[in-house]
Structure formats: structure tokens, C-alpha cells
Design a protein around this ligand. Structure first.
Ligand code: HEC
Length: 127
């Protein structure tokens, strides 16, 4: 009887550690899922960030002007090119608002508010 009890006893702490390990794993998975969900929430928040020039740029301009403004279908805007061409940011904002439809640059006056256009213009001047 006594040897049997001794065999049983060491198994219990082992099981306890197995359970603790399993719980720890589950906790890690929960943390990862919660953080992943939090990331999605941040994305949703930036999507709604009306005056965030970078978000506007990535949504409306990057596919033609490149994610870093390096140019693609549209000309490069980065490395001060746009500041050189439009010393007055208001002139640049007008081009963005009115576009150059015949040259492939769509007008954004209907899509973006004045604040959003100002924000995206300011952003392109930092690229
Ligand atoms: C469908 C593609 C397309 C999209 C989307 C687009 N552009 Fe353009 N953009 C062009 C093209 C093409 C030109 C060149 C027009 C020309 O030849 O004058 C241009 C020209 C410009 C210019 C003038 C550059 C210069 O040197 O004269 C600016 C500034 C500009 N785009 C900013 C933007 C901004 C800001 C956005 C987003 C709100 C945007 N563009 C979205 C295609 C696009």
C-alpha cells in the first residue's frame, strides 16, 4: 500500500505543472488574440482619422504616386519635388482639389474635405 501511495504522489505535482503549462499557453494565445484584435481596432481608428494626411495619402494617392511618393502612374512628389514645384502649398492644394483630369490626376474636391486636402498636401511636403 505504502509503495503505491508513493508512486501516486509524485504524479500529482506533475499533473499540476501540466495544467499550469496548459493554462499559461492558453493565456499566451488569449494575449496574442487580444493584441491582434487591438491592432485591428487601431486600423479602424486611423481609417476614421479625417485629418490624418498620411492615411489619406495611403488611401487615395499612393497607388498612383507611390507609397513613399516616389512616383508610379503619377509623378514623384517626394524629396522636396512638390515643395520646389509649389512653393505655396495653396497652389498644390488647388491641383489636388481640381485635379488635372485630362492628364490623369483626378480631382479630390468631392472626395476629401478642405482639411483633408490640406493634411494630405502637408504630408506630401514631408516625403
Ligand atoms: C489615378 C492616379 C492618381 C491618383 C489617385 C492621384 N494622382 Fe496625383 N497625379 C496623377 C498624374 C498622372 C499626375 C500628373 C498630371 C500632369 O501631368 O500634370 C498627377 C499630378 C499630381 C500633382 C502635381 C505634381 C506636379 O509636379 O505637377 C500633385 C501635387 C498630385 N498629383 C498630388 C496627388 C495627391 C495628393 C493625391 C491624393 C489625394 C493624388 N495626387 C492622387 C495621378 C494620380
Amino acid at each position: 500500500m505504502t509503495p503505491q501511495r508513493r508512486r501516486d504522489e509524485p504524479e500529482r505535482p506533475w499533473l499540476v505543472w501540466a495544467v499550469v503549462g496548459a493554462v499559461t499557453l492558453v493565456a499566451c494565445v488569449v494575449v496574442v488574440v487580444v493584441l491582434g484584435g487591438g491592432g485591428g481596432g487601431e486600423d479602424a481608428a486611423t481609417d476614421g482619422g479625417d485629418a490624418d494626411g498620411r492615411t489619406q495619402y495611403e488611401q487615395h494617392c499612393a497607388n498612383c504616386h507611390g507609397i513613399d511618393g516616389q512616383g508610379a502612374i503619377g509623378p514623384a512628389l517626394s524629396q522636396g519635388r512638390v515643395v520646389e514645384r509649389f512653393p505655396d502649398a495653396d497652389d498644390q492644394a488647388r491641383v489636388v482639389a481640381e485635379g488635372r483630369p485630362d492628364l490623369g490626376m483626378p480631382p479630390f474636391a468631392q472626395t476629401l474635405s478642405d482639411d483633408q486636402i490640406d493634411a494630405v498636401v502637408a504630408y506630401t511636403r514631408t516625403l
